[in-house]
Design a protein around this ligand. Structure first.
Ligand code: SF4
Length: 371
């Protein structure tokens, strides 16, 4: 796989907000297989590019088909379509300011116009196109490559079956100046670390524990948390004091927990790969026993338990059953050259199962009332 450009479109906003991040993240790789959501996103992106959704689950396939139908509805006939095509933005002196691969774009030279689509296959929404550095950079690359004036950009969220507001980029010079300024800041000697929620969220330097500013910030939060644990008696706080205490600490503790989970994931990954990680290894886990063959278990227990007693110990996952039913229905429809929506399969499942499935709502998370 080609290495990403140091100032790729998706890194530009982070580089602007924290000039040290480009230097500190350089050469750091994603560790494959560590993040199930990201791996799913990669599979969905591949399906969106190739149109082949056979490797996806029914839900993912339906999401991808919805997105492809949406794109087909907005791109005019005759426009030249490119998917996952690498583009560059060449700056003064023929330096490559940024380089990246837009998910999808279509160009109509006759109208001096292009349509740019960025797929977000995760569960988070991002900045709207009008304020989105990644889309602005891709739009400038398209404008430069095809000598056109207007790029209409939109973000498509297949999982939510929704799209962002469209935005038409027209000011090529401003975008280029903005990118030049970001790159210049990052290339400056002693470019500073500027931590912040937005820039640190996906920064590889932070994820790999290579950022001194983030480390110092975490250490200081740990000291504050330790002091609080040793000095505050929770039982003495009033309800108002307790909720203030919770809200004051929540964001910081969540960030620490997230960081700590990421440390543990990496340690587990290295132990699996290398056998150990320094002095660390994996301890003995809890033993989990699962009955794989329910019919056989029933036969063996029949002399001792009534049918009701046996069934009282068994549980079936309604969502797994619904998934299996939907897959079977969709595969059957496909083999007959037809198509059935996942929503329809779920509706059928609900009406077949009726009262056999009991719906319960789990207790939610703590949140601000009317917030
Ligand atoms: S973790 Fe945050 S502060 Fe550190 S380099 Fe990355 S963006 Fe900058």
């Amino acid at each position: 796989m080609n290495a990403h450009h140091k100032y790729g479109p998706s890194s530009l906003e982070r580089c602007w907000l924290c000039p040290a991040s480009a230097r500190l993240s350089e050469g750091l790789q994603d560790i494959s297989g560590e993040n199930a959501c990201r791996d799913e996103g990669i599979l969905m992106h591949e399906a969106l590019a190739t149109g082949d959704a056979s490797a996806l689950t029914p839900e993912q396939r339906e999401a991808v088909e919805w997105a492809l139908d949406y794109i087909a509805s907005i791109i005019p006939e005759g426009a030249e379509v490119s998917k996952e095509k690498k583009l560059r933005l060449v700056g003064p002196g023929l330096s490559i300011l940024t380089e990246g691969t837009p998910d999808f774009y279509a160009v109509s030279i006759a109208d001096s116009k292009a349509w740019l689509i960025d797929y977000k296959c995760g569960y988070n929404e991002v900045e709207e196109p009008a304020n989105n550095w990644q889309l602005a950079a891709c739009a400038a690359m398209i404008m430069q490559r095809y000598a056109i004036d207007k790029v209409n950009a939109q973000i498509v969220y297949p999982r939510f079956k929704k799209v962002s507001q469209p935005h038409t980029f027209t000011d090529y010079d401003s975008i280029v100046h903005m990118i030049e300024a970001a790159v210049k800041n990052c290339e400056a000697e002693n470019a500073p670390c500027v931590p912040g929620e937005k820039q640190c969220k996906y920064c590889k330097a932070g994820q790999h524990g290579k950022c001194p500013a983030q480390k110092a910030q975490f250490e200081s939060e740990i000291v504050k948390a330790e002091t609080a644990v040793n000095t505050i008696s929770l039982d003495d706080l009033t309800n108002d004091e307790m909720s203030k205490f919770y809200l004051d600490f929540k964001a910081k503790i969540d960030a620490l927990v997230k960081f700590w989970e990421s440390v543990k994931t990496r340690i587990r990954y290295r132990i699996d790969k290398d056998g150990s990680c320094g002095v660390l290894t994996i301890g003995k886990g809890a033993v989990v026993r699962e009955v794989k063959d329910i019919q056989e278990a029933f036969r063996l227990m029949e002399p001792y338990l009534t049918r009701e007693e046996f069934l009282g110990c068994a549980s079936v996952s309604a969502s797994k059953l619904e998934k299996a039913y939907s897959k079977k229905r969709q595969d059957a429809a496909e083999s007959e050259g037809g198509k059935i929506l996942l929503k329809t399969c779920k509706g059928e499942f609900e009406s077949i199962m009726g009262a056999a499935v009991e719906t319960k709502t789990r207790r939610g998370e703590i949140e601000v009332a009317n917030g």
